[in-house]
Design a protein around this ligand. Structure first.
Ligand code: ISJ
Length: 380
């Protein structure tokens, strides 16, 4: 047989496959009508397992893995098609619409804002940039910020989430699962670290440096080139500067911002000591209530995916099909569950488009754990 004949045969098979595929999708559409009438969910895990087991048996050993992939894709398409028939007035979409309607008000200039650290911290700088007249309340740890927002003590909270040199601020991601909140804005702040000590002290006098672990990571090359200096972790960079200012020691320095050096009357012994010049930290501004301000172009989600091959791939394919640009994907272990992970996504998409609403409703309905964390814009 030559290749032409074989390709003719393949064309014929494809025609038959397509007819059967259309027939299968049609049957799936009939099933979803029944599900809508009887208020049943689209996804039926037990039935899918039955379908896959049956196919595995029929396929034989050699083709089992290939058939499994084909039928997983078919099931995914079948569910996606069924979802199109579900009226998309889900609770989530309604909440999003309500949060968007209030948008005659611009982002506020005055507010009670919770920050981690003390006066002079980078979180404070982020707060001062986000709000023109913020009333900042400081908390010693990140959890304090989440609690202040959840309890309504502060309308907004500011938290660092990632740094261009040191990466993700992991404790913040771990707290996100525990508290209910929405991101209403994010900000990218250029971070410049300096070594600072009491007036008159020189770099040669320094035997110990105190700072936050993120700052220490961002300045690792400077610290490596001064191996005789002991490094001590501190709760945050501003608190480290204050500690140096309050101490009598002339061999002690802090890694902190220039603003902190001014605030605590310290001398800058060395400027821009971060590993690279373009050092940025991204902060999120959170609120207890969902608020979507004009210009929102980013969306954040947190979700758990079923523990089976291809589930992350299938979700990413949906983002790709809608042209969403993924800007962050982070996975964190779920507390109390061995090796089960929560996925955190940031992507660029319009919350105002019906396709976005459909996808969010579909995920909300079909995943065991799904949190819409807000839609917002990022400022610089
Ligand atoms: C078609 C159905 O809905 C979904 C799709 C399935 C399929 O295409 O075979 C199976 C189970 C459901 O997750 C159904 O419930 O039978």
């Amino acid at each position: 047989m030559d290749i032409k004949d074989l390709r003719k045969e393949i064309n014929q098979i494809d025609g038959q496959l397509l007819k059967l595929f259309l027939k299968r999708m049609n049957a799936s559409a009939q099933i979803v009508k029944y599900k809508i009438q009887n208020e049943l969910p689209v996804f039926d895990r037990g039935r899918e397992r039955e379908v896959l087991n049956r196919v595995a048996e029929l396929a034989g050993t050699e083709m089992e893995a290939y058939s499994n992939r084909l039928f997983n894709t078919l099931l995914d398409l079948s569910r996606a098609y069924q979802n199109q028939f579900i009226p998309h007035n889900s609770r989530l979409v309604q909440d999003i619409q309500a949060a968007t309607c209030e948008l005659t008000q611009p982002f506020p200039s005055k507010a009670n804002v919770a920050c981690q650290g003390t006066e002079g911290s980078y979180s404070q700088q982020a707060g001062d940039k986000l709000f023109s007249l913020p009333k900042l309340l400081f908390f010693s740890d990140f959890e304090g910020v989440f609690q202040a927002v959840e309890k309504g003590l502060c309308e907004y909270g500011i938290l660092p989430v990632e740094n261009s040199l040191a990466g993700t601020v992991i404790p913040v991601y771990d707290l996100m699962e525990k508290y209910k909140f929405y991101i209403v804005r994010s900000i990218r702040l250029r971070i410049n670290h300096t070594v600072q000590a009491k007036k008159g002290v020189t770099l040669g006098d320094i035997h110990e440096i105190v700072s936050h672990e993120q700052a220490i990571r961002q300045c690792s090359e400077f610290l490596k080139s001064h191996p005789h200096i002991k490094v001590t972790l501190f709760s945050n960079t501003a608190a480290a500067a204050k500690y140096v200012a309050d101490s009598d020691r002339t061999d002690l320095a802090a890694i902190s911002s220039e603003a902190c050096a001014k605030l605590y009357n310290l001398d800058v012994l060395s400027d821009q000591i971060q590993n690279r010049d373009n050092n940025y930290t991204r902060f999120i501004c959170i609120s207890k209530n969902m608020k979507i301000y004009p210009g929102a172009n980013k969306i954040s989600l947190m979700l758990a995916l079923p523990h089976k091959p291809g589930s992350l791939y299938t979700l990413l394919a949906k983002f790709s099909a809608l042209g969403f640009n993924l800007t962050k994907l982070e996975s964190r272990p779920m507390p109390g569950k061995d090796f089960e992970f929560l996925f955190y996504f940031d992507f660029e998409a319009s919350i105002y488009s019906p396709e976005t609403g459909n996808l969010l409703s579909e995920l909300d309905r079909s995943l065991e754990k799904f949190m819409f964390l807000g839609s917002y814009s990022e400022v610089f």
